[in-house]
Design a protein around this ligand. Structure first.
Ligand SMILES: Cc1cc2nc3c(=O)[nH]c(=O)nc-3n(C[C@H](O)[C@H](O)[C@H](O)COP(=O)(O)OP(=O)(O)OC[C@H]3O[C@@H](n4cnc5c(N)ncnc54)[C@H](O)[C@@H]3O)c2cc1C
Length: 563
């Protein structure tokens, strides 16, 4: 009886950005879908406790108390970890891991995953990105092209709502956009000036997953226009930006086909030696520490890049003694991330009669202009440059008290410009994760060992960004230009990718062009673990597009009787 009750058509592991999409696609098409989520439930609006709080209502003025910082040396490094949002971050003690090389693993373990925390930047990859490894001879060739994923980018963008302009930039293709957020006066000046000197560079408004003009599909989800509060990481009660909690999960629930089981850690995938497919998953209930098995015809693994690697590596059988689908031995290897080392700050005179109204949840971007069409630099691949101009506070600059200080708060100061890079890193075999043979976490699962680091290529790329960024800022008339190497650890970019990469050849990859494990056809991996290379774009839009594409393929295969 128990076994019978635990049978579904599909199991989705993880309810974050990619898992939410898998759930939506399968539930929409009538499949009984079990979403297993290791963290607690978070219901849209109801479970956003700080969404309407004013600054003075926070006990610690929205600062992180020293005791919390001391207990969480890793996660407290994240810029978004503040008193208003730390309930959506996973504390360091929840899942211990071994940093063979320093790696800041930032996790959001609850229903919705990191979709409640993300900065919502969504840029498409171009064919230059998909063709990068083949052209420049690193990693392995992508088994798909831009043309394969383009309809799925359209499909996702329409549903989630993406603001942006049609800019005609071939390195960052246009999409199905809602109106863009406006650049301010200084940013517009930079936008106009840069292409005058640099023919290969364009300044565009950062595409972001915010609704600026609600369409019927958004209203149907119960979402409305972004209110420009930029309190997004508290959870948005308006559904102004895309999160699984506001969008895909409630949509899936309405179909009546969704069973969402929070507090359920998937320990491993169970392999059936006879059928040579997965028959289900083993789950630890975190509330009572019991173990249960669930069964399905299809398993989607969407636990987020490193957690997915952990599950696959931990799914051992006599057929797969080194982890599910790991005949090639590459599982856990070629983990890559985004290079966030470089940043630049400057000031600019003038524009004193210009200001901006409302808060804006995005920034301008200069899409990658290095090694785009051919290899031309001393380093491989390139970087996108984000920047923003804003006005500081005028009058008394130091923190103070009294009338002079209070009056100064209503005075606006001069303009400053901040710029940061988002660089592609080259997947290296040595950058890997593996399981500890002796250390366990508090649930008895093997601890993950992270052995991931920056390489010489990343430092050359950073130096080029600092040189080019400074030169561009000088050209547009900025002053006091300072460059900075953050020296931050990998992981803090929160864009880790790879470990179960897609590829043409089962000897050098784990997944085929449909994100299907080469040697275990009913298991699909569609989160960041599947990524063969990283591009210079924020990755989550591509995870969503790959997920919807793979789910619809799996449905077809199921109907044909192939799964
Ligand atoms: C501050 C911040 C800013 C960011 N900004 C951007 C941005 O602007 N653009 C962008 O593209 N990306 C951004 N990201 C990254 C983005 O959030 C991730 O790429 C995205 O959430 C990954 O989706 P996912 O489905 O793979 O994982 P997640 O959204 O993290 O979801 C994974 C889910 O799986 C669950 N899980 C884990 N292990 C198990 C298990 N064993 N069993 C069951 N469930 C499990 C987790 O609890 C979680 O709910 C940002 C992230 C942060 C934190």
């Amino acid at each position: 009886m128990a076994t019978k009750n635990n049978v579904y058509d599909v199991i989705v592991i993880g309810s974050g950005i990619s898992g939410g999409w898998a759930a939506k696609e399968f539930c929409d098409k009538g499949l009984k879908t079990l979403v297993l989520e290791r963290g607690r439930d978070v219901k849209h609006v109801k479970d956003y406790p700080t969404a309407y709080q004013d600054p003075w209502e926070f006990e610690h003025h929205n600062q992180v108390p020293r005791t919390i910082k001391a207990a969480n040396p890793i996660v407290s490094k994240c810029y978004a970890f503040n008193e208003d949002s730390y309930h959506f971050f996973t504390g360091d003690e929840e899942q211990e891991y071994v940093q063979e090389k320093p790696f800041d693993w930032i996790r959001g373990y609850h229903v919705g995953g990191k979709s409640l925390l993300w900065a919502r930047q969504v840029q498409r990859w171009s064919n230059y990105d998909f063709q990068g490894p083949a052209r420049d001879g690193f990693a392995v060739d992508w088994p798909i092209t831009y043309q394969d994923i383009e309809p799925w980018y359209n499909y996702i963008e329409r549903f989630i709502g993406v603001s942006g302009n049609r800019d005609g930039n071939s390195a960052m293709p246009d999409g199905d956009f809602l109106p863009a957020f406006e650049l301010n006066a200084v940013e517009k000046m930079i936008q106009n000036k840069i292409p005058g000197k640099y023919k290969d560079r364009q300044v565009i408004a950062g595409r972001c997953a915010h609704i600026t003009d609600p369409q019927p599909i958004h209203v149907k989800q119960g979402r409305t226009k972004c209110q420009n509060r930029t309190l997004c990481h508290r959870g948005c009660p308006f559904g102004g930006y895309f999160s699984s909690n506001a969008s895909t999960l409630p949509w899936a629930e309405k179909t009546g086909n969704l069973t969402l089981r929070p507090n359920s850690i998937v320990e491993s995938i169970i392999y059936n030696e006879q059928t040579q497919t997965a028959k289900g998953v083993r789950v630890i209930d975190t509330l009572n520490q019991t173990e249960t098995e669930y069964f399905a015809k299809i398993v989607f693994v969407n636990a987020s890049t490193l957690a997915t690697n952990l599950i696959l590596l931990n799914s051992k059988s006599s057929r797969f003694p080194n982890g599910l689908g790991n005949d090639s031995g590459v599982l856990g290897k070629y983990v890559a991330f985004h290079n966030y080392l470089g940043s630049i700050y400057a000031s600019i005179d003038g524009f004193e009669d210009q200001y901006y109204f409302g808060r804006r949840p995005t920034q301008p971007i200069i899409p990658n202009f290095r090694n785009v069409k051919k290899q031309e630099m001393a380093f491989q691949r390139g970087y996108a440059s984000f920047f923003g101009a804003s006005r500081g506070r005028g009058g008394v600059s130091e923190l103070g008290v009294g009338k002079a200080f209070k009056d100064s708060l209503s005075e606006v100061g001069g303009w400053g410009i901040g710029m940061m890079m988002q660089g592609e890193t080259i997947p290296q075999e040595s950058n890997h994760v593996r399981l500890s043979s002796d250390l366990k976490d508090k649930y008895g699962l093997p601890q993950l060992i992270t052995s991931i680091q920056y390489h010489e290529n990343d430092h050359l790329s950073m130096q080029d960004f600092l040189n080019q960024g400074s030169e561009m800022l000088e050209y547009i008339g900025a002053k006091n230009i300072t460059t900075n190497n953050s020296n931050q650890n990998p992981g803090l970019d929160i864009h880790e990718m790879g470990g179960a990469r897609m590829g043409v050849d089962p000897k050098t990859s784990v997944l085929n062009k449909w994100n299907q494990v080469h040697t275990c056809k009913n298991v699909f991996v569609t989160d960041g673990a599947c990524m063969t290379s990283t591009g210079t774009q924020n990755p989550s839009l591509t995870f969503m597009a790959l997920t919807a594409r793979a789910a619809n393929y799996a449905l077809e295969e199921l109907r044909k009787g192939n799964l």
